[in-house]
Structure formats: structure tokens, C-alpha cells
Design a protein around this ligand. Structure first.
Ligand SMILES: Nc1ncnc2c1ncn2[C@@H]1O[C@H](COP(=O)(O)OP(=O)(O)OP(=O)(O)O)[C@@H](O)[C@H]1O
Ligand SMILES: [Mg+2]
Length: 222
């Protein structure tokens, strides 16, 4: 269970303060699939980064299974993140000089016990078997997206936080990536996915709408 209580995040930008999150309260149960929607700049990426232990909120608390994420030491927080959370970044963050298979192994090299065969097998599941040794610049955008997803899956996390994993994908590839997240969810995983398109909502148990850093109450269905 992930619980955010009164979470605010104020960035000090070059143009002054930005209140990216403004008193967000949110609980996500184990095994839930939650879609996050909202306009550009509404705080979606910030929300995921705060939940993933990567950005400390200015105020409020984030709790994962009764452990306060930002009360942990940096080393404990890094371990919790490494063991339990797979993160798919909006801009992939692939290592440019590593092949697809080596990019998937990055979390493994960072101390996880998984090997090359497993990295290749996760990539094959994502229909990337013919591209194992391509570097990011030798891959299409959709292929990079799948490498980023494979890198999250290889950790066998409990939670996947995915930021626009289907941005820039054609409908067929977008549906395939959503299908993989749905498989992970069906096997008991917890998923939060930021998405601009309606596809994610079809797979999600519920949708959280963000607007200017606040959660907007669900509009009643017409
Ligand atoms: N490191 C930063 N320093 C200053 N301001 C930031 C920083 N990161 C984000 N912001 C600002 O915080 C607000 C929320 O940003 P965030 O990236 O969370 O939005 P988003 O909903 O993910 O948008 P998009 O849909 O475009 O990805 C934006 O107005 C952005 O300009
Ligand atoms: Mg974003």
C-alpha cells in the first residue's frame, strides 16, 4: 500500500517558485492499476518521482507499507527502491553507449541478481528479440520505450511507476506496451501509469486526474 498524505512539492525554478504538487492525498492498494491524467505541467511526473523515492516532497509524507519513504536514510531508500519499484521514465534514460540487452542489465549490475539470459528473455517477451544488441540511437522510439519497460520488469518489482510509457507510440505498439503492464498487474503487481491517451484508462481500475498540482474529484459519468 502506498499512501501520500498532504504532499506538496515546490520547485525553485529560474522564474521563481513552482508549486508542482499542492496538498495531494492518494492511497494506492497492493495490486491496483491506477491511471494518472492531467494537462502538461499539472505535476504528473513529479507525483511519480515523489512516489518512487526520487524527489523529496517539500511537505507531507509518502508511506510504502507503513515505512515513511523520506524518513529512511538515503541508503535504505535506495534499497527499497531497487528491490520494489520499477520506474519507466518519460524520456527513457537509456545509457547511450550500451546495447539494449546491457541497458536492461543496468539495475542488475547495480546489485541485482539477474543475468544476461534473463535480460534477453524479457526483451524477447517485448518482441525485441531481433534488437538485443542495438544501441539506443540504433533503435526506434517505440523500441527504446520497450527497453525502458524491460529494465523495470527485470527487477521483478512489486510496483511499476510508468511515465508516459506509450507516448510517441503508434496505436498497435501502445496497446502492446499497455498489455505488458496489464500482464504485470494480473500477476499481482501494482501499477501507476501516467498517460495522455485514453488507452491506459481502459486497463486501469481507476483514474486520478491532476490539475495544477491538485487531485480533481472524479466527474460523474454522463
Ligand atoms: N526541476 C524543476 N525545477 C523547477 N520547476 C520544475 C522542475 N520540474 C518540474 N517543474 C515544473 O513543475 C510543474 C510540474 O511538472 P511535471 O513535470 O510534474 O509536469 P507533468 O504533468 O509531468 O507535465 P508533462 O505532461 O508535460 O510531462 C511544471 O510547471 C514544471 O515546469
Ligand atoms: Mg511529465
Amino acid at each position: 500500500m502506498i499512501v501520500l498524505d498532504e504532499v506538496s512539492k515546490v520547485y525553485q525554478g529560474a522564474d521563481g517558485e513552482v508549486r508542482a504538487l499542492d496538498g495531494v492525498g492518494l492511497s494506492v492498494a497492493d495490486g491496483e492499476f491506477v491511471a494518472v491524467r492531467g494537462p502538461s505541467g499539472s505535476g504528473k511526473s513529479t507525483l511519480l518521482l515523489v512516489m518512487g523515492g526520487m524527489v523529496r516532497p517539500t511537505s507531507g509524507t509518502v508511506t510504502i507499507d507503513d515505512r515513511r519513504l523520506y524518513s529512511l536514510s538515503p541508503a535504505e531508500r535506495a534499497r527499497l527502491r531497487a528491490e520494489r519499484i520499477g520506474f519507466v521514465f518519460q524520456l527513457f534514460h537509456l545509457v547511450p553507449y550500451l546495447s539494449a540487452v546491457d541497458n536492461v542489465l543496468v539495475p542488475v549490475l547495480a546489485g541485482m541478481r539477474r543475468d544476461r539470459d534473463e535480460a534477453a528473455s524479457v526483451l524477447r517477451r517485448l518482441e525485441m528479440g531481433e534488437r538485443l544488441h542495438h544501441r539506443p540511437r540504433e533503435l526506434s522510439t517505440g523500441e527504446c520505450q520497450r527497453v525502458a519497460l524491460a529494465r523495470a520488469l527485470i527487477k521483478r518489482p512489486d510496483i511499476i511507476l510508468a511515465d508516459e510509457p506509450t507516448g510517441n507510440l503508434d496505436p498497435e505498439n501502445a496497446a502492446a506496451v499497455m498489455g505488458y503492464l496489464a500482464d504485470f498487474h494480473r500477476d499481482g503487481g501494482t501499477v501507476l501509469v501516467v498517460s495522455h491517451d485514453a488507452l491506459a484508462e481502459r486497463y486501469a481500475d481507476r483514474t486520478v486526474h491532476l490539475d495544477r498540482g491538485r487531485i480533481v474529484p472524479e466527474r460523474p459519468q454522463a
